[in-house]
Design a protein around this ligand. Sequence first.
Ligand code: KG4
Ligand code: ZN
Length: 414
Amino acid sequence: MFPSRANKHLHRLLTQCKRQQYGDVTTRKASRLVLGIETSCDDTGAAVLSEEGTILGEYLISQKEVHLRTGGIIPSVAQQLHREHIERVVQEALDRSGVDPGQISAVATTVKPGLALSLGVGLKFSLDFVRRHHTPFIPIHHMEAHALTVRLLQPVSFPFLVLLVSGGHSLLAVARGVDDFVLLGRSLDEAPGDTLDKVARRLSLIKHPRCSTLSGGQAIELLAKDGDRSKFAFTTPMGQMYDCCFSFAGLRNQINMTIEKKEAAEGIERGTLLSCVNDIAAATQHTVACHLAKRTHRAILFCKANGLLPSDTPTLVVSGGVASNEYIRKALGVITMATDLRLLCPPAKFCTDNGVMIAWNGVERLREGKGILPPHADVSYEPKAPLGIDLTSQVKAAAIQVPPIRINIKRTSA
Ligand code: KG4
Ligand code: ZN
C-alpha cells in the first residue's frame, strides 16, 4: 500500500518537481488547488488537482473485497472502514501531491446521494479540515461528478448526453452546464450493477476459481467471454414502455428462476456452481446491454427531436462502474454509430468511484464560482438526491418508437 524505499525516493523527487512547478505557499503566484474527498459508498478516495486539471496526487482504499465476503454492503461496516481509512487516504493524497493543507484553495466533498453513514464520515472529516485551515467548502453531487469526469480527460463541451450506470444508479441525462442537468430516465427499481452483483451472488461466483476477488459485474463479464448467450433467452425489460427509464428487478427474477430450474435439473444444491454458469453470465450481460442500449437510443432520438444536443459533434458519455464493461460499451457503440453520435467512455479507473472525479467537479465549480461555501457554513448530507430538472414524464408522453437494431457483439474468449 505505502511506497517501498526506492519508490519513496522517486516520490520525493516528484514532489520536489511539483513544488517547483506549483510553487511553495510563500513564493508562488498560486494555481488554485482543490482537494476532493469521496466516501459516498464503499470507496474512500482523495485527490489534489490543480485548477488546470493536473492530478497532483491521489489515493484510494476500496472496501469492495470486504463487502464481497459478507455478501453485500453493510452500512455500519462501510462507515467503520471509512472512519479507519479517511485520514490516511487524505494525507497520502496530499503527500503524493507535495501540497500542504494550507495551500488548498477549496475542499470538494461528496455530500449526496449515497449511504448516509458513509457520506457522514467524509462530510465530518471535510468540515473539520476546512474549519481548521480556513478553506472554502464545495459540496458535490456524486452523479454530477461521474458525468463531468470526462471533461478532465478531454475537451467535451456542453451540452452532451450522459448515461450513468453503477452499483447504486442508472440514469440518462443531458449535461447542459456544470450545475445544469436535465433528467431523461432513471431506474424504477434497482441499478444494473446491483443486479449483476446479486446475480453473481446467486450463482455463487465467489467460489469460482477465476472470480473470487472480482465484483459481480467483473465476474459476469469475465465468464460471459466463454459463454453462449443464445442458450438462454431472457426478455429485455420494459419492451412496451416507450420512455427512457430502466428496470432490472424483473430481469433478475427471470434469471433466478432459470438458475433454480437448472439446479433442479442438475440435481445440485443452491450454492454449488452450475455447469452452465458461463452461458447464464453471457445471456445476463447481453440482456442488460440491450436494455441500456434501447433506452439510450430513445434518449438520443428524444434529444434530436427537441434540439437538446448540438448538431456539431453530438456526444454520448458513458460512466459509472458498469461502464467499464466492454460488451456494454460495444452495444452502446452500435447505437451511437447508427445515430451519428460520438461515444466517450472514460477509462475504467475513472468510471468507478474515486477522489479525482470529486476534485475535478470542485475545479469546475471553482472556475465558475458556483456553490462555494465559507468554512463555517452549515452543510448536511442527503442520501437521496435527484439529478437536475426532471423531464422523464415529457419523455414518456413523447412515446418515441425506437427502430429495431440488432445488438450482435462477437464473443472474445477470455
Ligand atoms: O461506480 P461504482 O464503483 O460504485 C457505485 O456503485 O457507485 O460501481 C460499482 C458497480 C458494481 O455493482 C460492480 O459490479 C459494477 O460496478 N462493475 C461492473 C464491472 N466492473 C464493475 N459491471 C459490469 N462490468 C464490469 N466490468
Ligand atoms: Zn459512483
